[in-house]
Structure formats: structure tokens, C-alpha cells
Design a protein around this ligand. Structure first.
Ligand code: NAD
Length: 492
């Protein structure tokens, strides 16, 4: 639906009629436009979500009925999987097989939360043992209300699904704002919801700028809960804004995740996972393992293999067969990554490979996969998220030193360790101050397992049963169950 928003079960033009160009990062050409919602449109969307929650009966449906809608959304996504994946490539730039994987995962996420919604019907509350036997008590879970979901551009439909699926399963209604850079697949989700006859107002999708449409969502007094994935700067603003109305907040923010490789590791396996940890999705991954720490004994050998393999990566449009690295998502991101590489070099880092625009590419936001060495632990390249295909590699001598270097960060999203010594791997995994820890791999993500960060990488957890909890309130129901009167004021 060109230049339209999905509000209250209908496609509508934005009140002020604005639009935003959609650019293909592989060609830098405008190939579509989307509506630019303003506060007026957001108000209509929130009111629709409010009505659907307060009067539309969505929270009162059985979990099984909500699950049927979620499964219809999963089926709808799968039925159009190839076309949606292609759209994701045009919008985001990632190689098609990665986009295809994302879209399959998005469908799987709806199926998974359908299962949890069904289980909610069996859960009539948790009995609580009280110290006073005259009372009985139970704790029940209820949906938190209207959820405002704001997502970034790196996994457009998948990040939306991580929020929409558990929110709907819990019985919440949703206003979703995709990133202005990659909104097309969220609009596909609206079309799928429409075909599935999801009741009006249960899922509203507004496209628009962060500072305008996004800001209107976070400020809206009728939004009960904000679920955000994106940068720390915006996350901090969201928390501050949410404080006014004591809105519930969950935040999935950035990271600068370490990958520690001990000298008993298989070098080829280590190189494979290091590359998967930083070049997948052009390194535009919140959990990317962008700081690699290699034990002295294998440092030279591993670095040589890493550079050899990195130079072999096929760069090109995400729609071309065999491409492993597409363009970055936008001009802004391209400038930011190039700027970060220049700053790293100025601060004393050495480019072991990459660092440039690949030759032969005159259009598109392409950048070579880059390995940096001699990176000072004080430098921005080591401490700040670059969010591109740039990995910093350092050596270490002892386990203690590796853990200290790994944890020396304001972030704590993910961390990885590679070693054939299981006890050591477990010890290091326990010592990492991060919400997601991988042993002998980096990045595999499962809908069933909790996802989220320590420290400045966020608050709360998505995915698994924890993702459902994000959208639930806990209510205690306590009953006076004694035959004896209470007798405080009225004495018998
Ligand atoms: P961003 O913070 O610029 O934007 C994210 C979303 O917030 C977009 O939809 C944007 O329009 C919106 N937004 C911007 N300003 C807003 C405002 N004032 N009020 C409300 N909404 C506003 O982030 P980005 O550049 O899209 O994404 C990259 C960042 O996201 C990286 O820092 C990355 O680490 C993080 N990220 C984290 C995870 C995770 O799970 N932890 C996953 C993906 C991305």
C-alpha cells in the first residue's frame, strides 16, 4: 500500500500526507516511498490500540484463539517468504540467503509464541503459600495493555516479530514503528494481518521518522509499555521519557562483544566463527563479536588465516548468487563506518586487511570486510560499537587477562569463548558479564532462549518465556478464607 499506514484494521493516508524515500543501498537509487506519520497519526493508532485492548475483547480471548491468529500470521509470512526476503534485501542490502533465514525465523517466532499463548489457558495462576493460614493467595498474569514497539533497520521484520508475536500472545495490542530506513517488510506484516482478519486495532503499523513518529509513541500517555531495539542514545531518551508516566520499558541496545580464543582451539573453526561473528549482516549486528582476543601461542597463525579468508569474501548486491557481504544499509551508516576506521588508524591501529571501498564498486554503500590490529584498549575502535564489518584483534597471555579485557566495557550484550577444555570454557562463560554467552561458536540465536544485555546493552529479555513476561503484569488475588471474623474494629 504505497504511502499508507495501517491503523484500526485499515490502510489510511497520513494526516499531513508526508512521505519518505526508500533507497536501495546496493544502487543508491530511490525505488519506493513510505508514509511519514506525525503525532496526529500516532494518536489515531494508539487510540485504535487502546479501544482494541479496553473494549475490543482481545485480552479476553482464550490463548488458543489468539494462538490461531498468530499461526495465521506465521503461515502468511511463510506463504510469501521469498518475496518478503527479496524486499528485505532491497531495503537493507543483506545477502538473500540471510534475509530468507530471517524471514523463516520471523514466521517461527509467531509459531513459538502461539504455543506459549495456548499454554496460558492451562495456567490459572500460581498458588502462594502464605504465613497466615486464614488467607489463600494466587498470582495471575495479565497483559500490560497497549505496547509501543520501535525497531531498528538491521533485522527489520525479525526484530518486529520479536516484539509483536509475544505482545499479541500475551493479550496486548500494539503500535509498531519500523525504522524509517527499512519499513517495507513491516507493511507486508500489516497486509498479512489484514488477510488473517486480525481484529481491528490489535496491530497498528505506523511508518515515519524516529524523532517524529517514534517520539510521539514514546510520549503518548495511553501507551502502557515501550519495547525498543536500537541505539543506546535513543534507548536512554526512551527511558527518560517513559519515566513521566511510569511506562514499562524493555530495551535491547548495542554492544561491543568479545570473542576469546584459547590456544587449544582449532584455528580453522575459530576463524570460521570469528568471521560469522562479525561479517554476517555486514557486521550490523548488535551482538557482533567485534573484539577478538586470541591467546599468544596461536595469535600469528590465526591472524594470518583470518586475513586470508577475509580477503576471499565475495562482495556484491544481496540479490546476486554467492555474495557473502552486501552493502551497508545507508549512506549514514557507510560514512559512520568509514569514519570509525579512519579514527582507528589515527589512534594507532593497523589495517591487516580491508578498510576501503572495494574496487569496481562505483555505486552502493560497500565497504571491504576489515581486520584491525594494534588497537589500543583506550581507543574508540576498541570501546565503541562500529556496527559494520570491522573486527579488532588483540592477543592475551592468561585466562585472567582475557576475562578482564573482555569485561572491560560499558556494554554487556554477548560474549564468546573457544577452547577444547570444557572446564575452562565453562569458567570463562561464568566470568563474562554479558546476557548471551556462546561456547565454541558466535551468534546462533534461538527463539526459545532469552536474549538481552547486561550493563548499557539494555534492560529486560526478549525471546523465550522471558519475552512473553515483557508484556505481562503480575496480579495477586488474595482471599480471606477463615470462618472466624477479622475482628479488628468490630469485636464480637
Ligand atoms: P536508532 O536508535 O537510531 O533507531 C532505532 C529506532 O528508533 C528506529 O525505528 C528510529 O526511527 C527510532 N527512533 C529514533 N529516534 C527516536 C526517538 N526520539 N523516539 C522514538 N523513536 C526513535 O538505531 P538504528 O540505527 O536503527 O539501529 C542500530 C542500533 O540498534 C545499534 O546501536 C544496535 O546495536 C542496536 N540494536 C540492538 C539489538 C539488540 O537486540 N540488542 C538489535 C538490533 C540493533
Amino acid at each position: 500500500m504505497p504511502n499508507q499506514l495501517y491503523i484500526d484494521g485499515q490502510w489510511v493516508k497520513p494526516v499531513k500526507g508526508g512521505h519518505i524515500d526508500v533507497i536501495d543501498p546496493a544502487t543508491e537509487e530511490v525505488f519506493d516511498t513510505i508514509a511519514a506519520a506525525t503525532a496526529e497519526d500516532v494518536d489515531l493508532a494508539v487510540k485504535a490500540a487502546r479501544r482494541a485492548f479496553d473494549k475490543g475483547g482481545w485480552p479476553q480471548l482464550t490463548g488458543a484463539k489468539r494462538a490461531a491468529y498468530l499461526r495465521a500470521l506465521a503461515d502468511g509470512i511463510r506463504a510469501r517468504q521469498g518475496a518478503i526476503a527479496r524486499l528485505e534485501v532491497l531495503d537493507n542490502g543483506k545477502p538473500f540467503p540471510e534475509a530468507d533465514w530471517d524471514i523463516a525465523d520471523a514466521a517461527g517466532c509467531f509459531d513459538y509464541y502461539a504455543g506459549l499463548a495456548e499454554q496460558m489457558d492451562q495456567n490459572t495462576g500460581e498458588e502462594i503459600a502464605l504465613s497466615d493460614g486464614r488467607f489463600t493467595s494466587k498470582a495471575v498474569k495479565e497483559p500490560v495493555g497497549v505496547a509501543g514497539a520501535i525497531v531498528p533497520w538491521n533485522y527489520p521484520l525479525l526484530m518486529a516479530s520479536w516484539k509483536v508475536a509475544p505482545a499479541l500472545a500475551a493479550g496486548c495490542t500494539v503500535v509498531l514503528k519500523p525504522s524509517e530506513v527499512t519499513s517495507l517488510t513491516a507493511l507486508e506484516l500489516a497486509a498479512i494481518a489484514h488477510d488473517a482478519k486480525l481484529p481491528a486495532g490489535v496491530l497498528n503499523i505506523v511508518t515515519g521518522l524516529g524523532g517524529e513518529a517514534g517520539q510521539a509513541i514514546i510520549e503518548h500517555p495511553d501507551v502502557d509499555k515501550l519495547a525498543f531495539t536500537g541505539s543506546g542514545a535513543v534507548g536512554s531518551k526512551i527511558m527518560a521519557t517513559a519515566a513521566r508516566d511510569i511506562k514499562r520499558v524493555s530495551l535491547e541496545l548495542g554492544g561491543k562483544s568479545p570473542f576469546v580464543v584459547f590456544d587449544d582451539a582449532d584455528i580453522d573453526q575459530a576463524v570460521e566463527w570469528i568471521m560469522f561473528g562479525i561479517f554476517w549482516n555486514q557486521g550490523q549486528v548488535c551482538s557482533a563479536t567485534s573484539r577478538v582476543l586470541v591467546q599468544q601461542g596461536i595469535y600469528d597463525k590465526l591472524l594470518k588465516r583470518l586475513v586470508e579468508e577475509t580477503k576471499k569474501i565475495t562482495i556484491g548486491s544481496g540479490l546476486q548468487d554467492g555474495v557473502l557481504l552486501g552493502p551497508l544499509v545507508s549512506k549514514r551508516q557507510y560514512d559512520q563506518v568509514r569514519g570509525a576506521i579512519s579514527a582507528a588508524v589515527q589512534a594507532g591501529a593497523t589495517i591487516a586487511c580491508g578498510g576501503e571501498r572495494p574496487s569496481g564498486f562505483h555505486k552502493g554503500y560497500y565497504i571491504q570486510p576489515t581486520v584491525l590490529t594494534n588497537v589500543s584498549v583506550e581507543s574508540a575502535a576498541w570501546r565503541e560499537e562500529i556496527f559494520g564489518p570491522v573486527v579488532c584483534v588483540r592477543s592475551f597471555e592468561t585466562e585472567k587477562e582475557a576475562v578482564e579485557l573482555a569485561n572491560d566495557s560499558r556494554f554487556g550484550l554477548a560474549a564468546a569463548v573457544m577452547s577444547k577444555d570444557d572446564e575452562r570454557a565453562e569458567r570463562v562463560a561464568a566470568a563474562f558479564r554479558a546476557g548471551i554467552v556462546w561456547i565454541n561458536c558466535s551468534q546462533p540465536t534461538f527463539t526459545e532462549a532469552p536474549w538481552g544485555g547486561y550493563k548499557q546493552s539494555g534492560i529486560g529479555r526478549e525471546l523465550g518465556r522471558w519475552g512473553l513476561e515483557n508484556y505481562l503484569e503480575t496480579k495477586q488475588i488474595t482471599r480471606f478464607a477463615s470462618d472466624e471474623p477479622w475482628g479488628w474494629y468490630i469485636k464480637s
